[in-house]
Design a protein around this ligand. Sequence first.
Ligand code: GN1
Ligand code: CA
Length: 130
Amino acid sequence: WRWQSCGGVVISGRCYQFFRGPKKAADSEFFCQDNFPNGHLASVTSRFIHQQMMNLMAQNGGYTHTWIGGFNYLKTGRFLWLDGSHWGYADWLHGEPNNTAGVEDCVEILSNGKFNDMPCWDLRAFICSY
Ligand code: GN1
Ligand code: CA
């Protein structure tokens, strides 16, 4: 264990940090795991965390598309968080998740703050939590 400052915002003892990438969703998750203990793409499980994530995006140049840790579990249409957090809160854009072409298994935050499902191979900024 060692001191490690949070280059983002601390919420309930977890650091949420923005990275420009751009990376595919899986490569973003691997980056979080490889660089931080208990690191994952961020779970956005409350309105408060969601607002903080939008602040992070604004503070980092107003990024318009940013991966978070939601994913379409086994393509069932049910979404889960990569770190095992309970899926309950989800602020989808109206009409989302729409699973365009049946290949949208990952979740981004749009510039207006809403969630959208997207193909996991698209290159995006991302937010790790650890
Ligand atoms: C985009 O291909 P298109 O424009 O229908 C987006 C979807 C959104 C949709 C919203 C690859 O799909 O995730 O749901 O816009 N997919 C891509 O209209 O950009
Ligand atoms: Ca979509």
